[in-house]
Design a protein. Structure first.
Length: 216
């Protein structure tokens, strides 16, 4: 019987260990590779054919939505299932638009994770009811789109880090970008969202349930 070959990508070893144990208890899924950052993911995808990448989008180096787009450009048939600490409201729609075939939070039950791996590896798409609702809402034209939906993917990533309390230098280090570039993104974010300080961004994020439960 063919086993689903999984590349497991997460920068936390304890999470990788837990997922490996979870998937090892199945008869049809096998973790054949591991990566702790986006650059390792890209290198391994270039080296081998994988049935599925189980991907955390908040890792050091190249990560996030940009990584999904690059992976799909290089391997259009690659199946990607995002398993993230970010709530659906934060990244699910953007991840699916970038090329992922499913989105789960790390709060998901074990059975849900296994079922999603099987569905996505088999050519399907996995969405929770919440993500499906967000996708439908995203397709409906809005007379007054919410300010954060106007942000580019990179701007949204910087926005997310700003409201998490990170400074420009730390954001630059984590995204491998200069402080000047991050500062430019910050300026554009303030302009698009019509705010003048980070405190207003934080208030907006809380009001629209765009904050997460864990730190980067």
């Amino acid at each position: 019987m063919h086993k689903i070959s999984v590349l497991l990508a997460d920068d936390h070893a304890i999470i990788r260990d837990g997922l490996k144990q979870l998937l090892a208890d199945t008869d049809d899924i096998s973790v054949e590779g591991e990566a702790a950052n986006g650059n390792e993911v890209l290198a391994l995808v270039r080296e081998c054919d994988w049935d599925l990448v189980l991907l955390d989008i908040s890792m050091p180096g190249r990560s996030g939505l940009d990584l999904i787009k690059v992976l799909k450009e290089e391997r259009p048939d690659l199946r990607i299932l995002v398993l993230s600490m970010h709530h659906e409201e934060q990244y699910a729609v953007r991840a699916l638009h970038a090329g992922a075939s499913g989105y789960l939070t790390k709060e998901s039950d074990s059975e849900v994770v296994i079922g999603a791996v099987r569905r996505v590896a088999g050519g399907g798409v996995y969405m929770s009811d919440k993500v499906a609702e967000l996708m439908v809402r995203d397709r409906q034209p809005a007379t007054e789109p919410l300010p954060h939906t106007r942000l580019s993917d990179r701007e949204y990533q910087v926005f997310d880090m700003l409201v998490s309390g990170l400074g420009l230098t730390e954001i630059g280090e984590r995204l491998s970008l200069s402080v000047k570039t991050i500062s430019t993104h910050k300026t554009h974010i303030f302009e698009k969202m019509n705010v003048s300080n980070t405190a207003a961004l934080i208030h907006y994020a809380i009001a629209h349930h765009l904050t997460k439960t864990e730190e980067y």
